[in-house]
Structure formats: structure tokens, C-alpha cells
Design a protein around this ligand. Structure first.
Ligand code: NAP
Length: 324
């Protein structure tokens, strides 16, 4: 099979297309023929060697993909050859990933992909939608009728968060930083869309909330925004930090006087039970059409290096996927 392999940590060029033996599923495992693989920012941190936990070299990157079941091992009664699926990780974790024509998954890492969802969209589900769900429901405990600011809504996680929040009956204020990104966020149905490249762009929040501030903030770039976030947060507000690329100074008094909470989100900390619950919700949302991943750009598998360069540039517009 063709796969991208990394033999040394480094710049995008270390992502090389190779021909490798076809893997076989063991007991309790499923072999998936990958039709599209999702590219996440974390894949770039791992490739560069800057992430907290790193796989042994060489490795195949990627945790997200969609495709069809090619073969099933023993003790996998629920899957049949030909089933449409999306995956959330692979058996060897970060050592044998999804940037490949075939991926071996534990049976619990395989989830049903409704016919209305394309394989490219399926590849956009796992990390982005699971993270958005974990942040909004499991960490920020969102309730219908609350107001959420999704700070950085044009990317993979942001689009997912907008769709989930709307499905739950929240009022959604969402930001993006390019014309195309703003357009995509508007298309998802966000109630108010703001441009995070403009000066004072959060000023309208005071009027929009009658001076109370928002209930929840999902933050994609905390090192830039956290201090500002606290200033537009309401009493008992919750900030869920999803993305961060540096440090920032905040005034803890802003948290104190609101009795607010700032909570971290780390999808890899989700327990098996929490993941079951997350994917049950995502499968249902994909099946009933409330969740519909937006694909910004597609690259051939051989172009993985270009996909890694693109995902770290400004101007996100949905999800980047690789097509083998
Ligand atoms: P992505 O598709 O590359 O999107 C990045 C988003 O950040 C875009 O919406 C971008 O908007 C926005 N952004 C850029 N500058 C911003 C600013 N000054 N203020 C607010 N937003 C800004 O990435 P993603 O997959 O959605 O992931 C988003 C972040 O979450 C990344 O840092 C990623 O590593 C992290 N993440 C964390 C977890 C976890 O478990 N904690 C899981 C998944 C992702 P424009 O491009 O329109 O400016």
C-alpha cells in the first residue's frame, strides 16, 4: 500500500510517500480502506517533533480518516466488509496512522458513516468534532439558550463547534479572519459573525448581551485572546481553551469577580466511556444532518507536505483532507 512515512522529525518535506506491505487486522481489529484522511494541526506538531509525546521513528502520521471496511479480524461481529466508516485513531496510535491507503483500527475506533456524508466529510469528523463536543458539552457544560463565543470558527474545530452549538439551541457569536472564513461561518448559521483581524471587534458583544457578557467562550488561540476573552465573559462564564501557541498575561481578578472558570480541553484525555458518548452523539448528528463537515481544501496523499504548510497559515475555511 502507499503511505506517508516520517523517518526523522522536521519540516513538512520529511513527509515522504512510500510503498509498504499491506497490514492485516488481528482479533478485535478492523482494516479500513482509506478514501480520505483528515489533516489536523497536531499532526504538524508531531511531525516537527515539538509535541509532548512523540511516536518512535519511522511512523505514519494521522489519526482521522473515512473509508470502507476492507477486512475484519475475529471477534468483530458489528462490522462487515463494505461498511462505510469514519475512524478515530488507529491501533498503533501515532506509529501507524491514517495517511495511508489502509489503516488498522481497534473495533472501538471505527464509527458508522451515514450515506449522506461523503468520505471527505467523514475524514473531517474525528479530532475536530470530538474536540468541539468535548469542549462545549463535557467541559463547558453548555445549556440551550446560553450564548457562546466561538473564537476562531472558520477552521476544523470551529465549524464543528458552530454546528453543535446551534443544534443544542445556543446563541452563537463566531469569529474568523478572512473573507472566505467569515462567509463559511455565516453559512453555518452563526447568529453574529465578527472579524478577529479588525480592531475592537469584540465591542458589539456588550450590546448583544445587554451588558451581561457571554456564557461560554471556545478559544482556538488562547495566547492571543485569553485576556480579551475574560473582558467579554459574563458571571459564571466558562472559557474552554482548545488551542494555544504561546503564553499570555491575564488579570485573575477578571476571573474572580465573575466567578468564572477557565478550563483546558485535551481530547487525548477523554476516557473510553467519554469517547463512546462523544461518537454516539456525532454519529447521530451526521445521520440526521445537523452535523455536516465543511471541506476547505483537498490534497493528494503525495502532497501531504503542502497540506501541512497550508493548515498553519491564516485564512482557514473548513477542513483540509488528503485523498489517497
Ligand atoms: P484550523 O482548521 O487550522 O483552524 C484554526 C482556527 O484558528 C481558524 O478558525 C483561524 O481563523 C483561527 N484563528 C487564527 N487567528 C486567530 C485569532 N487571532 N483569534 C481567534 N482565532 C484565530 O485548526 P483546528 O483544527 O480548528 O484547531 C484549532 C486549534 O485547536 C489548533 O491550535 C489545534 O492545535 C487546537 N486543537 C486542540 C485540541 C485539543 O484537544 N486541545 C484538539 C484539536 C485542535 P482564520 O484562519 O480565519 O484567521
Amino acid at each position: 500500500m502507499k503511505a506517508i512515512r516520517v523517518h526523522q522529525f522536521g519540516p513538512p518535506e520529511v513527509l515522504q510517500l512510500e510503498t509498504l506491505p499491506e497490514p492485516m487486522p488481528g482479533a478485535g481489529q478492523v482494516l479500513v480502506r482509506v478514501k480520505a484522511a483528515g489533516v489536523n494541526p497536531v499532526d504538524t506538531y508531531i511531525r516537527a517533533g515539538t509535541y509532548g509525546t512523540l511516536p518512535a521513528l519511522p511512523f505514519i502520521p494521522g489519526s482521522d480518516a473515512a473509508g470502507v471496511v476492507e477486512a475484519v479480524g475475529e471477534q468483530v461481529p458489528e462490522w462487515r466488509v463494505g461498511d462505510r466508516v469514519y475512524i478515530g485513531g488507529t491501533v498503533a496510535g501515532r506509529a501507524h496512522g491514517a495517511y495511508a491507503e489502509l489503516a488498522v483500527c481497534d473495533r472501538r475506533q471505527v464509527h458508522r458513516l451515514n450515506d449522506r456524508v461523503s468520505f471527505e466529510q467523514g475524514a473531517a469528523v474525528n479530532v475536530p468534532y470530538a474536540t468541539a463536543y468535548r469542549a462545549l458539552i463535557q467541559k463547558a457544560h453548555a445549556q440551550p439558550g446560553e450564548m457562546v463565543l466561538i473564537h476562531g470558527a472558520s477552521g476544523g474545530v470551529g465549524v464543528a463547534a458552530v454546528q453543535l452549538a446551534l443544534a443544542l439551541g445556543l446563541r452563537v457569536i463566531a469569529t474568523a479572519g478572512s473573507e472566505r472564513g467569515l462567509h463559511i461561518v455565516r453559512e453555518q448559521g452563526a447568529h453574529v459573525v465578527l472579524d478577529h483581524r479588525q480592531a475592537n471587534y469584540l465591542d458589539p458583544i456588550a450590546d448583544l448581551t445587554a451588558g451581561r457578557g457571554v456564557d461560554i467562550i471556545l478559544e482556538m488561540l488562547a495566547n492571543v485572546n485569553l485576556a480579551l476573552d475574560l473582558s467579554v465573559l459574563g458571571k459564571n462564564g466558562r472559557v474552554a481553551v482548545i488551542g494555544n501557541r504561546g503564553s499570555i498575561e491575564i488579570n485573575p481578578r477578571e476571573i474572580m469577580r465573575r466567578e468564572a472558570s477557565v478550563t483546558g480541553v485535551f481530547l487525548f484525555n477523554a476516557t473510553p466511556e467519554e469517547l463512546l458518548s462523544i461518537h454516539a452523539a456525532l454519529e447521530a448528528g451526521l445521520a440526521n444532518g445537523t452535523l455536516h463537515p465543511v471541506i476547505g481544501q483537498q490534497f493528494a496523499l503525495a502532497d501531504a507536505a503542502r497540506a501541512h504548510e497550508t493548515i498553519l497559515k491564516p485564512g482557514a475555511c473548513g477542513k483540509i483532507v488528503l485523498v489517497p
